[in-house]
Write a protein that binds this ligand. Structure first.
Ligand code: FAD
Length: 546
């Protein structure tokens, strides 16, 4: 089957039951459904489970996710339900070796300069509730059994709550159905990689002990680590660790049996009064060979799984969805050519590969059984980490990496730099930096991210006038923001190395598409049309793609 579908075929599609069938209502599927729903795209989201997950699973919500939540109108609710991580305490051999403040580690880099501790179940609940605002709801107890693709449609077989199967015709299918993805398997996309030999445990507990309340506590062991994440409520901790070798093969292991191991390292004072969830799981590091096959897309754990080092799993799936949603919305609504959809894979596969490499390296370091690694972990790592994090450059790099604000698509076909911008200024492909600017002479200082409309392209014009009439000719595709000359603005822009004349065309997801110095309408329209965007006024274009 041809991977790349021509526009002609897209146009010829007959009526569908839905434009996008989303398989899986975990965080990734819920984010995709929300992003399509708010852009007015018909999508259907199904899940084989009977209702939302009750398990906390992922705990860390990073800054880039909160930025996206803010656009979706759910950041406030997430902040109210979660706990901000203020510091990480590093323990080894019964002693606290270091306390690393992380409360505002990303100050000036993001409106959310911290990591939020909020269970995956709460994240799913918030996103699930938001779906109602677009007139959508998850269809539970509905399982994708199989699907077939033709050039103009996908025909899916769904097993409904009453056990009866039915056919559903969709223009696209999005596999957000986790590590054992049926969508991936049915597409014939391989999932190369391997399992780690280690077995993780997770436990949601009530406990007292040496842990510093409300802060992350990391117990570094000779043969691994235990993490205590503060959860909402008093004395509530999520504990994560690696099972010692002699317990690895036990399928029926209980929390009570794991406790002596945890107490051994975290100290005799540690006392658990309750455990509401305990699970062990073997992790894999795998990445799908492709993220797209014709009208089928893979996102989240269906596309990549890796060790939970750095709490990246859920956050990466959410960003896969944010990357794909605006492209699907433009294509389905007839505002972009189908080729734009190829850039989803081109942009997100390198992110997944990098993530697998870095989490693998970090994981190997923290679990290595060698004497040297054990000594490094218990004697040296905490001190080096504490010292390094006093250096602002290291703090910035650490935050940019872990928070995912540093993800860039510089090699993407959608990224184009025009000459003239100084080195160090934001580049095409980068997430445009968070700035606080005056948008009117003598006006208030406002948050740029609040001003950006993520359902359109945003044009930021600096040190020059807007070719307003012509730019507004780009219709509802684009919002223009002229940044007036002003001492505050000059200082804020200089902070991110923007000096003098510049313009930045941001894609709906906030990444720079085109960047240059002097704004010329021709360069703008050329970039858009080379990117497959259909510019208003071309009467020959169809109103809607499928
Ligand atoms: C025990 C545990 C602890 C974890 N801890 C962390 C952590 O601390 N930090 C971190 O970042 N990540 C963690 N993870 C990983 C994190 O939970 C995943 O990265 C995240 O759930 C991925 O979201 P997803 O929506 O892509 O897939 P999932 O959450 O797996 O959702 C997939 C959904 O698809 C549905 N589905 C599957 N097949 C079908 C079908 N054929 N038809 C219909 N529906 C289907 C499933 O029912 C499920 O609801 C943990 C995972 C586990 C298991």
């Amino acid at each position: 089957m041809a991977r790349h579908i021509s526009n002609a075929i897209y146009r010829s599609a007959a009526d569908m039951d839905t434009d996008v069938l989303i398989v899986g209502a975990g965080p990734t599927g819920l984010m995709l459904a929300n992003q399509l729903g708010r852009r007015g795209i018909r999508a259907m989201i199904v899940d084989r489970h009977s209702g939302p997950a009750q398990q906390t699973r992922a705990m860390a919500v990073h800054a880039r996710t909160l930025e996206i939540y803010s656009k979706l109108g759910i950041a406030e609710r997430a902040l109210a339900l979660g706990k901000q991580g203020n510091a990480a305490n590093m323990w080894a051999e019964g002693k606290r070796r270091a306390r690393i403040p992380i409360g505002d580690i990303g100050k000036s880099l993001s409106p959310f300069p911290f990591v939020l501790m909020l269970g995956q179940d709460d994240n799913e609940r918030i996103m699930g509730e938001r779906l109602r605002d677009w007139g959508m709801a998850v269809q539970w107890n509905t399982e994708l059994v199989s699907f077939e693709q033709a050039s103009d449609r996908v025909t899916a077989t769904l097993k409904q709550p009453d056990g009866v199967t039915r056919k559903l015709i969709a223009a696209h299918i999005a596999g957000c159905d986790g590590g054992h993805s049926t969508v991936r398997e049915r597409s014939g996309i391989t999932f190369p990689g391997a399992p780690y030999e280690h077995v993780f445990f997770v436990a949601d507990t009530e406990a007292t002990g040496s842990m510093v309340p409300d802060e992350l506590n990391v117990y570094l062991l000779r043969d691994g680590f235990h993490l205590f994440f503060p959860m909402r409520g008093t004395d509530r901790w999520r504990v994560i660790g690696i099972l010692p070798k002699h317990l690895r093969e036990r399928d029926d292991l209980t929390f009570e049996e794991a406790v002596p191991e945890i107490r051994h390292e975290a100290g005799a004072a540690l006392s658990f009064t309750r455990c509401s969830w305990f699970s062990t799981y073997r992790i894999h590091h795998r990445c799908a060979e492709r993220f797209r096959e014709g009208r089928c897309f893979l996102l989240g754990d269906a596309a990549h799984v890796h060790s939970p080092m750095g709490g990246q799993g859920m956050n990466t799936g959410l960003q896969d969805a944010y990357n794909l949603a605006w492209k699907l919305a433009l294509v389905i609504s007839g505002k972009a050519d189908a080729d734009v959809l190829d850039t989803y894979e081109a942009e997100r596969i390198p992110v997944a590969h990098r993530l697998l490499r870095t989490t693998d390296r970090a994981f190997t370091l923290v679990v290595s059984d060698s004497w040297v690694a054990g000594t490094l972990r218990t004697r040296i790592v905490a001190r080096i980490a504490a010292f390094a994090m006093t250096l602002s450059r290291v703090r910035r790099i650490a935050f940019r990496t872990i928070s995912q604000i540093g993800i860039s698509y510089r090699e993407s076909p959608l990224s184009k730099m025009l000459p003239g911008l100084p080195g160090g200024a934001p580049r095409a492909g980068d997430r445009f930096p968070w700035l606080r600017l005056r948008f009117q002479a003598n006006g208030p200082i406002e948050d740029l991210f609040q001003k950006l409309d993520d359902t359109r392209y945003n044009l930021i014009i600096i040190g020059q006038l807007a070719p307003s009439e012509e730019v507004s000719g780009l219709g509802d595709l684009l919002s223009a923001h002229v940044i007036p000359d002003d001492a505050h603005n000059a200082r804020e822009l200089a902070r991110v190395r923007i000096h003098g004349q510049a313009f930045y065309l941001l894609r709906p997801d906030g990444h720079v598409g085109l960047a240059g110095t002097r704004l010329e309408l021709g360069a703008l329209t050329r970039y858009l049309s080379e990117s497959g965007i259909r510019i208003q006024g071309n009467k020959d274009e169809p109103a809607r793609n499928r």
